[in-house]
Structure formats: structure tokens, C-alpha cells
Design a protein around this ligand. Structure first.
Ligand SMILES: Nc1nc2c(ncn2[C@@H]2O[C@H](COP(=O)(O)OP(=O)(O)OP(=O)(O)O)[C@@H](O)[C@H]2O)c(=O)[nH]1
Length: 387
């Protein structure tokens, strides 16, 4: 890296207002996150019906299958035992190093985790040995699937997958009558260590078998999506990003805003990241490639680490409109080895950061223009996610 520009205000603890100390990474990323700024999407009612005099211009969908709408959407992690469900949840939401998942014990009861981030949601990790959807006499299926946001079905790609597919299809068919709109997200998991050819053959085979079986049972066009994932690379974060994006009613608006920002500042690719989980909640509509996601995701780590070391306490924000000095963290760096590309980061609110990849024709001299446009984007975000 060369020519870098960085301002890193300290991240304050919401309870005690103190700058964060040299906590370990795992402590820093605990769900009760110690990042500053505001909660925008916490209240789903707000997200759906924004209290704003301006007529809303964004899509206001309800959570799929949300009956009463006052609970947090759930992501249900289901699949055969030892397929990797608890590992996924620990790596993505608790920052457990992947190698330590070797020591995770078998789940024996539903493990419920609440995530408080730009949007509150719950992760329910199910024990692999119990078939909840098909055991209506043993479990209150309604209470499990009522507030579901997505059903994530994990298939171990390194194991025999026929049983897993059979159970997945039985579950989809079983739920189809009561909860027809459930997003089913199939993670073909543990694809690390498989050759590229084998991986794509296996992936195609799984998709084909699931779809054939469902259409044989008269269920055409089931809302099922497939992803290849591994906890040993960024694929699991990327898959979760796509799963979470489907739960954000304002996604089209966010994409339109990012498209406009990219066009005005000659940005190649822009991501809106949830800093805690490193899930991106939106990106512009140009094609996404894994490499650009990886570089942006690593960049967040760098910035968070640097702000840990060099950040300073921010004075309290003043309502008077006077000098508050409470600026957002921002950074611009040039990546020499990547064809003179630039990376730009700006903290958008308490949980979200904007990261842009720019090529040579958007150099540091244009930073004032970029700052201005990002400021406009930030203002627009406040309208999209009113408190
Ligand atoms: N190679 C590889 N191994 C993985 C991956 N994800 C998880 N594992 C391993 O798979 C094993 C089982 O993982 P768990 O997370 O306990 O599986 P589970 O689905 O929660 O199992 P139950 O609690 O029995 O339902 C562990 O040894 C993990 O290290 C992956 O992406 N790649």
C-alpha cells in the first residue's frame, strides 16, 4: 500500500462513553457491539412505515411470513448433524477462528442467538439429529417458523448428500402449505479442499436433484437459492450477505443510491458493509466478484485495528450545530499491486461503513468531490432508515 489518508476517531462504548481499550478481537466483535453512532433499522415498524413527512419512495415489503411483525426475523440453520451449522454461526457472528470449530460440540437443543446490528435478527441453530419440520406432534412448529426470515439448509459437500437432500425436500414440501413464501437458502458447505471440477459438478447435481424432486411432487419454481460455502474463506460471508439482503425491504433504494454514487464519482464498485459481521447489506448493481468483496472485507479489519490503536475519544455531539468534532472514520489508500486501484472507506452510521473500489481515474485529488457525494449519500441513508 502507498499514499494513505486516514482519520480514525475512536469508537466509544455506548454505555460508559469511554474509548475502547485494547480488547481482543473476539471481545470487540461480541454481538453487544461497542461501536458508536446510531441504530437505524432496529425497529421493524419504523423500517416499514418511516415517520417522515416525505412520501416514502422505497419498497416497503413485510418480512416473509411475519404474522404479527413485532418480533425479530429469524434465520434458521438446519441440516444433517456435523454439516457445519454451529461452525457457520460461530465464525460469522462470533468471529471464532475457523480452525477452532473443530472443538465445537454437537448441538443438542435449539441454540438461539440475537444479533444487534443495523437490523436486529436472530440465528437459531438446530440440532442436526432432530427433524423439526416433520415432527409437528413433538414440537410447536408454528412458534419455530412464525417469524422466519430465511431457512438456511446446510449440506455437507464432503459427505454423502442424498439423505440431506431428501430431508430438505421433505421439509420444503411440509412447510409449503403453511408457509409458502419461506426463503430457502441451501448452503452447499465445506467446499474447501474440493477440486474446482468436482465442486461445480457436485453443486450442479445437488441443484438438479432438489429441483427435480420438488417438481416431481408438484412444487414448481420453489423459492430455493443455492450457494457454495466454506468457513475457511469469504464465501460464507458472501452467502450470508445475499441471504440478509433479501430481508431488507429498502434494498432497491440502497442499490439505486449506490449506483448513483458510483456514476457520479467514477467508483468501480461500492459496498455498504455491516462492520460487525462484515456482511454487505447492499452493493451497486454492477457485477460482484469475490476478489473485490475480499479486499473490502480485509480493509475493514485493517481500519478497525488501526482505529483501536490510533483512535481518539470523540467529544459529545452537540445539538447546537456548533463544532462537534464528531467526524466519521474515513480512509483512502492506494493499492499499488492491484493496478493502481484506490480503496475508500467512510463510516456511515453506528453499524454501517461504505467501501468503494476506484481505479486510476479517481485519484486522491478528487477526494473533495467524493467526500461531498458520500456526504449526500449519508444524508439519503438517514431518509431511507429514519430512526
Ligand atoms: N473443511 C471444513 N470443515 C468444516 C467447515 N465448517 C465446519 N466444518 C467442520 O465440521 C465439523 C462439524 O461442525 P459443527 O458446526 O459442529 O456441525 P453442526 O452441523 O453444528 O453439527 P450438530 O451440532 O451435530 O448438528 C467441525 O469439525 C467443523 O470444524 C468448512 O467449511 N470446511
Amino acid at each position: 500500500m502507498a499514499s494513505s489518508y486516514l482519520t480514525v476517531p475512536a469508537r466509544r462504548h455506548p454505555e460508559n462513553g469511554q474509548g475502547q481499550s485494547n480488547d481482543s478481537r473476539s471481545r470487540r466483535f461480541k454481538p453487544a457491539a461497542q461501536l458508536t453512532l446510531l441504530r437505524y433499522l432496529q425497529d421493524l415498524q419504523d423500517a416499514e412505515v418511516p415517520p417522515s413527512p416525505v412520501q416514502p419512495r422505497f419498497h416497503t415489503g413485510r418480512m416473509p411470513n411475519s404474522k404479527d411483525g413485532d418480533d425479530k426475523p429469524r434465520l434458521l440453520l438446519m441440516g444433517q448433524k456435523r454439516s457445519g451449522k454451529s461452525s457457520i454461526s460461530s465464525v460469522v457472528f462470533h468471529k471464532l477462528p475457523p480452525s477452532e470449530t473443530l472443538y465445537i460440540e454437537t448441538t443438542t437443543r435449539i441454540k438461539k442467538d440475537s444479533m444487534h446490528s443495523f437490523m436486529d435478527f436472530q440465528i437459531w441453530d438446530f440440532p442436526g439429529q432432530v427433524d423439526f419440520a416433520n415432527a409437528a406432534n413433538l414440537f410447536d412448529v408454528d412458534s419455530i417458523f412464525n417469524e422466519i426470515g430465511a431457512l438456511i439448509w446446510v449440506i455437507d459437500a464432503q459427505d454423502d448428500y442424498f439423505d440431506a437432500i431428501a430431508r430438505l425436500n421433505a421439509t420444503i414440501l411440509n412447510l409449503q402449505t403453511t408457509y409458502p413464501n419461506i426463503n430457502v437458502e441451501v448452503f452447499v458447505h465445506k467446499v474447501d479442499g474440493l477440486s474446482e471440477d468436482y465442486k461445480s459438478d457436485l453443486f450442479r447435481d445437488i441443484i438438479q436433484r432438489v429441483q427435480d424432486d420438488l417438481s416431481d411432487n408438484g412444487y414448481e419454481n420453489a423459492p430455493v437459492s443455492f450457494y457454495q460455502t466454506s468457513i475457511y474463506d469469504h464465501s460464507i460471508f458472501e452467502a450470508f450477505s445475499k441471504v440478509i439482503q433479501k430481508l431488507i425491504p429498502q434494498l432497491p433504494t440502497l442499490e439505486a443510491l449506490l449506483n448513483s454514487l458510483c456514476a457520479n464519482c467514477r467508483i468501480q464498485k461500492a459496498y455498504l458493509f455491516d462492520v460487525l459481521s462484515k456482511i454487505y447489506i447492499a452493493t451497486d448493481t454492477s457485477p460482484t466478484d469475490m476478489a473485490s468483496y475480499e479486499i473490502c472485507s480485509d480493509y475493514i479489519d485493517v481500519i478497525v485495528d488501526i482505529s483501536e490503536i490510533y483512535g481518539w475519544d470523540r467529544p459529545e455531539e452537540e445539538d447546537s450545530g456548533g463544532e462537534s468534532g464528531n467526524q466519521d472514520a474515513e480512509s483512502l489508500i492506494r493499492l499499488e499491486k492491484k493496478g493502481n486501484n484506490y480503496l475508500y472507506l467512510r463510516e456511515i452510521n453506528k453499524y454501517l461503513a461504505l467501501i468503494c473500489l476506484m481505479s486510476e481515474d479517481s485519484p486522491a485529488e478528487k477526494k473533495a468531490l467524493i467526500d461531498y457525494n458520500v456526504g449526500v449519500f449519508q444524508e439519503a441513508m438517514k431518509q431511507v432508515f429514519p430512526r
